[in-house]
Design a protein around this ligand. Structure first.
Ligand code: NDP
Length: 288
C-alpha cells in the first residue's frame, strides 16, 4: 500500500483564503479589521522567522498586525505592562507572546497575564480548562490544524482508536482532548510508556509530537492508519518529522509529510482563531 500524502500547504491555503473572505465581510460590518498583536523578546533567529511569517499571514488575511519587538534584557515587569496594554486595547483581538522567552522571564506568569478571551494561542490555563470541559474557548493552533487535516480524511472520527505520542501542554495534551471530543478512544503514550509500538499497532489514527527524528518506525503503523506527524527536527538531511516517512508511507492509508504537512496549518489556525476572537468580541457569528 502507498499512503495518500496529506497536502498541508493546500489545506492551509484553503483555510487562509476562506478566513480572508470572512474578514472582508467582518470589516464591512464593523468598520475595522481584526487585529493580532505578536510580541517577540530577544533575537532568537527561529522565533524571528515565525514572527515574521505570522505578521505576513495576518496582513494577507486583511487583518491588522501589531508587532512588538523587545530587547533580550527586557524586565518581566515591562513585558507584563505591554501585555496589560494589549489586553485593554480594543483594536487587538488576539495576543501572542512568542516562546521561548529569555530564561530570566517566567513564561507561565506572562501567559497567565494574557486575557483568556484574547489568547489565540490557547495556552492560558483557562483555555486549557475550557477545552477539557468542552466549553467555548481557544484551542492551540497546532493540534487544531491536525484535527482539521484528520476531519478531511475521516469526517466521522467517532469510535476510532487514536494514539497521541507526546504529552506536552501545547501539542500532545490538547490533541488528545480534541480527539476525545470527537469520540475517539484516545491513548497518550510518552517517554515512560512501556511499549510504544504495541499501542501504535492498534491505532487507526496516530499523532506524533515527540521531537525525535524518525522515531516512529514503519512496522509500528497499522496498515491503512492515518498518520499526522507534528515533529520538526533539523538534521543533516534537512527537516524531518518524528515518523520514518519512507517506511510509514508504505503502510499507512494517509500521512503528512515534513515539511509541508502540519507546519503550514499552525499559522492558518492562528489566523482563524484571531478572526473568531474578533467575531466574539463584536458579538458576530464566526462564519467557519
Ligand atoms: P516536547 O518536548 O514538549 O514533548 C515531547 C513529548 O514526547 C513529551 O511528552 C515526551 O514524554 C515524549 N517523548 C520523548 N521521548 C519519548 C519516547 N522515547 N517515547 C515516547 N514519547 C517520548 O515537544 P512538543 O510537544 O513541544 O513538540 C513535539 C514536536 O513537534 C517537536 O519536534 C516540535 O518541534 C514539533 N512542533 C511542531 C509544531 C508545528 O507547527 N508543526 C508546533 C509545535 C511543536 P515525557 O513527557 O514523558 O517527557
Amino acid at each position: 500500500m502507498t499512503a495518500t500524502i496529506i497536502d498541508g500547504k493546500a489545506h492551509a491555503l484553503a483555510l487562509r483564503t476562506r478566513v480572508a473572505a470572512h474578514v472582508a465581510t467582518f470589516r464591512e460590518a464593523t468598520g475595522r479589521a481584526p487585529g493580532l498583536a505578536v510580541v517577540l523578546v530577544g533575537e532568537d533567529p527561529a522565533s524571528a522567522v515565525y514572527v515574521r511569517n505570522k505578521g505576513k499571514a495576518t496582513l494577507d488575511a486583511g487583518m491588522a498586525s501589531f508587532e512588538h519587538r523587545l530587547p533580550v534584557d527586557t524586565e518581566a515587569e515591562t513585558l507584563l505592562a505591554l501585555v496589560a496594554q494589549l489586553n485593554a486595547d480594543p483594536a487587538v483581538d488576539g495576543i501572542l507572546v512568542q516562546l521561548p522567552l529569555p530564561a530570566h522571564i517566567d513564561a507561565q506568569a506572562v501567559l497567565l497575564a494574557i486575557d483568556p478571551d484574547k489568547d489565540v494561542d490557547g495556552f492560558h490555563p483557562v483555555n486549557a480548562g475550557r477545552l477539557a470541559i468542552g466549553a467555548e474557548g481557544f484551542v492551540p493552533c497546532t493540534p487544531l490544524g491536525c484535527l482539521i487535516l484528520l476531519k478531511d480524511i475521516h469526517p466521522k472520527l467517532s469510535g476510532m482508536e487514536a494514539v497521541v505520542v507526546g504529552r506536552s501542554n501545547i501539542v500532545g495534551k490538547p490533541m488528545a482532548q480534541l480527539l476525545l471530543q470527537q469520540s475517539c478512544t484516545v491513548t497518550i503514550v510518552h517517554s515512560r510508556t512501556r511499549d510504544v509500538a504495541a499501542h501504535l499497532r492498534m491505532a487507526d489514527i496516530v499523532v506524533a509530537a515527540v521531537g525525535i527524528p524518525r522515531f516512529i518506525q514503519g512496522d509500528w503503523i497499522k496498515p491503512g492508519a492515518s498518520v499526522i506527524d507534528v515533529g520538526i527536527n533539523r538534521t543533516d538531511d534537512g527537516l524531518v518529522g518524528d515518523v520514518d516517512f519512507a517506511a510509514a508511507s508504505a503502510v499507512a492509508g494517509a500521512i503528512t509529510p515534513v515539511p509541508g504537512g502540519v507546519g503550514p496549518m499552525t499559522i492558518a489556525c492562528l489566523i482563524r482563531n484571531t478572526y473568531v476572537s474578533a467575531c466574539r468580541r463584536e458579538r458576530l457569528e464566526a462564519m467557519l
